[in-house]
Design a binder for this molecule. Sequence first.
Ligand SMILES: *Cc1c(COP(=O)(O)O)cnc(C)c1O
Length: 471
Amino acid sequence: MELDQFRKHAHELVDWMADYLTHVRDYPVKSQIQPRQILDTLPTQPPTGPESFNEIFQDFQKIILPGMTHWQHPSFFGYFPANSSPPSVLAEMLTATLGAQCMNWQTSPAAAELEERVMQWLREMIGLPSEFTGVIQDTASTATLCSILTAREKLSAYAVNEKGFGADTKFTVYCSTEAHSSVEKAVKIAGLGRENLRKVRVDDQFALDPADLDLAIQRDLKAGYRPLCVVATLGTTGSLALDPIRQIGEICRRHNMWLHVDAAMAGTALILPEFQWIADGLEMADTFVFNPHKWMLTNFDCSAYFVRDKDALLRTFEILPEYLKTPVDSQVNNYRDWGIQLGRRFRALKLWFVIRAYGAGGIQSIVRNHIHMAQSLAAKIQISPNFELLASTPLNLVCFRLHPRYIDDPARLNELNERLERLLNDSGKLFLTHTKLGDAYALRIVIGQTQVRQVDVDLAWEMIQKTSQHL
Ligand SMILES: *Cc1c(COP(=O)(O)O)cnc(C)c1O
């Protein structure tokens, strides 16, 4: 493509992008297509000659767009959000245009130094002590894997990296039954063995029960294991339950264990002074992760990973082949050594744009408003005769179900709520997802979309009530 063509199409696309974000609420939230429908529309062979940009873009609109679920729709209440914002998108345009690799300082000095500065800003915004150092990872899953690998190395005196596992490295890892699946994945990848992951019981609020954790550790010690690490969840994926960090931290200290705190979603709430209480004891953690790409207006991917012992992280991941050595290595951050992959995107730019365009205060009011909207919805559900809450709502996730007075059979209730979910999502008017809490099929509404307003939440609640009457 010639650059004069690029200029023309870029202008057209920017207009399309602004129109899309203006009218995103007019699309069905959840894509209405059938499995393999898109695949069958795409030619089985790549084109041999060039095609015009107009043709390509027309097919994007005709084939691709109907096959998208619209995560930036204000009525997207499912999973956890992957919210975004105009300044973040603008930064990504620049990142793609620069097309720089940010593995070493030398390969992109500004990227390295901006990452160091914005991660320091972010650390202060969420109130983490200054012993912590931040680095941007692609996802929380990767950050959790980095943490478990670093724990494995530090507590084996860096032996596993060198020699592989030995008789004295029969490690065990602990998390609650409500922890994210990425913990299990990390344990498997780190070579620790899924059988050595202990899933500890939760209390009636779905938070890790520290007494059960302590018991499990005692049992493993007696059986000759070396308890390595606890992954505490601050805001579980099911219900945003908050594991008691201070009590878990004390147990970790007592047994000389590593503590990783996974706050992928809820970590954003720490930018609000009135929600600092949720992380009581966080200063005892070794590592902490949260995702600005979930609930902080920064488009995927951008996961903020903070470590107390930077040297342990670097010692775990450092590699220094001759072709990567530079004269400034001792003065700068070479982020290739702060994680798994060598090549890195320039992710700090979008975070910088977002924090500057909104200001810390602007982000705070958006997040505060999300929490407020979720809590007032929870209050309405609580007093509604046909619905009930299935978990408390400390932040911006409401877990609830339809429970008509005349139905008490658990299986029938589950089936009823599954049908309600399907009807709502098929309407295209809103999108929500579910989880199992205990044995109950729980519907989840997360309020964290960049554009979501009170009217959207009111409309969703109205739709839910109305649709439930047709079941
Ligand atoms: C979403 C989520 C993750 C996974 O996040 P990715 O960035 O997609 O890897 C991990 N833990 C919790 C608690 C989550 O909610």
